[in-house]
Design a binder for this molecule. Structure first.
Ligand code: SF4
Length: 393
């Protein structure tokens, strides 16, 4: 079996930001010790259910706010992983962190535990924009967190940023990008704000309390970011992701590459999703229910664990659609003809010939010979990715 990626979900935040629709909760910190124990139990039970010892290439602590957990808890979880799985010696081990939740000692503890990549939720450098997003940190917290991370020995940092905020000007976004570059992270993820159902932002928008989002301005911001980051030596490799080169090697997020290449990953923790043994897995959402299930359940048939709420087998048609949708997000690599044919026994053109021709005719897709015969989005296609993806699902 090819190496897996492991996603571990930490569903705790100090405060729920107004735009957030992730499975995360404020005010449940008292559950953290029992949750960490349950997570370690799920890690072991999945490994015990597997047909053989599983090899793991990447681990990702996501949330929520994983940096709320004590470094000792992260260390204990990684020790459990190392007992139960074959973790590659060069495994990428990432952790999402909120800048206001850190100090130097915490970062040193995380580094000593084996975490080798941090992803900071910065979102903006502007006090007004951070207030609008209801973030609890300020930009000086970010500067300090980056300095401490470097001091603690982290040489692989990602910064998450959001653009297209209500009332945000192009100038403010330009300033954000200049400050991002000054921090010199290895990697940047930029997301356009979208107003999701069930969030306070949706409610505010419905009551006319939030300025309308301007899609054209957001597209201008995206192009500005692509130009600015390109000029600063960052290479765009995915619709929302840029990375630096290190001695010819792109410092892409290897964990996320596993998703975009539609390769297997386990999703552990409350509400986590996985893709294992040809099935989509989804765990029960509520942390208390998750803990209870792990306390009561035992080994189940792979890839099920006591936390599994649903298993959905993917038929070939759906899997092909997902390979296209995820693979086309990789703006350099795209979807390789050879990989597709190797995986499905049918060529890309045989399955999607008319769609590819149509989208190429519209200037949204192109055929390239790098690294293999592949199709990928054009620059215009990157702005209209959703329209392209719909053709394949
Ligand atoms: S810190 Fe992140 S995960 Fe937590 S509520 Fe805010 S946006 Fe959501």
């Amino acid at each position: 079996m090819q190496p897996l990626s492991l996603y571990l979900h930490i569903p705790f935040c100090r405060h729920r930001c107004g735009y957030c629709d992730f499975n995360t909760y404020a005010g449940l910190e008292a559950l953290m010790p029992a949750y960490a124990e349950a997570l370690q139990r799920e890690v072991r039970l999945l490994a015990e259910a597997a047909p053989g010892r599983l090899a793991v290439g990447t681990v990702f602590f996501g949330g929520g706010t994983p940096s709320l957990l004590p470094a000792e808890t992260i260390a204990a979880t990684l020790a459990t992983l190392a007992e139960a799985y074959d973790i590659a010696s060069d495994a990428e081990i990432s952790l999402e962190a909120n800048p206001g939740t850190l100090d130097l000692a915490k970062l040193q503890g995380l580094r000593a535990a084996g975490v080798n990549r941090l992803s900071f939720g910065v979102q903006s450098a502007s006090p007004e924009e951070l207030r609008l997003l209801e973030r609890e940190h300020d930009f000086p917290d970010v500067i300090r967190a980056v300095q401490w991370a470097r001091q603690a020995g982290f040489d692989n940092l990602n910064l998450d940023w959001i653009f297209g905020l209500p009332g945000q000007s192009l100038d403010s976004w330009r300033r954000n990008m200049q400050l991002a570059i000054q921090l010199a992270p290895e990697h940047l993820s930029l997301y356009a704000l979208s107003i999701e159902h069930g969030t306070p932002f949706k409610d505010m928008a419905g009551r006319g309390l939030l300025p309308e989002l301007d899609g054209d301005l957001a597209a201008d911001m995206y192009e500005l970011a692509a130009d600015t980051l390109g000029a600063a030596g960052y290479e765009q490799y995915e619709i929302s992701n840029w990375a630096k080169l290190d001695g010819g090697e792109l410092l892409a997020c290897r964990h996320n590459l596993q998703y975009w290449r539609s390769l297997p990953y386990a999703g552990l923790g409350a509400g986590a999703h996985g893709y294992l043994a040809g099935q989509r897995t989804a765990n029960v959402l509520a942390p208390a229910a998750y803990i209870k299930r792990l306390q009561e359940g035992g080994v189940m048939e792979f890839p099920r664990t006591p936390a599994t709420a649903s298993l959905t087998p993917l038929d070939a048609q759906r899997e092909m659609g997902e390979v296209m949708m995820m693979g086309l997000r990789l703006v350099q690599e795209g979807v390789s003809q050879q990989d597709f044919a190797g995986r499905f026994g049918r060529g890309l053109d045989e399955v999607y010939g008319p769609q590819i021709e149509r989208l190429a005719g519209l200037g949204l897709l192109e055929r390239v010979n790098r690294p293999a015969d592949a199709i990928r989005l054009t620059e215009r296609g990157r702005l209209l990715g959703n329209q392209v993806f719909l053709e394949f699902v």
